[in-house]
Design a protein. Structure first.
Length: 163
């Protein structure tokens, strides 16, 4: 695995592109080298389970809001190519869906205190909007668990894309 050959600084940079929780990255770094991708993914999951809520929130903050193309380009330049690929279906969404996503994102963040996290790969903008609306009825604890699972799915996809 090429990531094993990188310096610790470069490994940190690569892992931060997969998940922006510094605590998660720190837990991962002490486990290098990895035998294969499966071992890397297993360590990623085990490290994820050991985190606190503040670590999850840090990871969530590393994502642009679903459908917010402007923030994707401006704020998240280090992961924009990954996130834009993951959110590619948003580019073809109609204006009404994008407006509803923006309103939904704002409502979600006000209710739960963090942005709506969904593993967008393979989902249309309409499907993501439906998921957002469905999850709005949850309490904060349930939604934190849902968001953490979505983040785990995202870093799995990103790890599998590593050279």
């Amino acid at each position: 695995m090429k990531i094993n050959e990188l310096s610790t600084t470069d490994q940190r940079g690569v892992l931060l592109q997969c998940c922006t929780s510094n605590a998660w990255v720190d837990l991962m770094l002490v486990k290098f080298p990895f035998k294969d991708e499966a071992a890397l993914l297993e360590c990623a999951d085990e490290s994820w389970k050991r985190l606190k809520e503040t670590d999850y929130l840090e990871a969530f903050s590393g994502h642009p809001k679903i459908g917010d193309v402007k923030s994707l380009q401006e704020k998240f330049s280090s992961t924009s190519s990954l996130a834009s690929r993951e959110q590619s279906s948003v580019e073809s969404a109609d204006d009404e869906t994008l407006k509803m996503l923006a309103v939904g994102n704002k409502s979600y963040e006000l209710k739960f205190g963090f942005i709506f996290i969904v593993c967008a790969t393979g989902k249309s903008a309409e499907q993501m909007l439906e998921l957002l609306q469905t999850r709005m009825v949850n309490d904060r604890e349930t939604e934190l668990v849902n968001a953490a699972e979505q983040q785990r799915q995202i870093f799995h996809i990103r790890i599998k894309q590593l050279p």
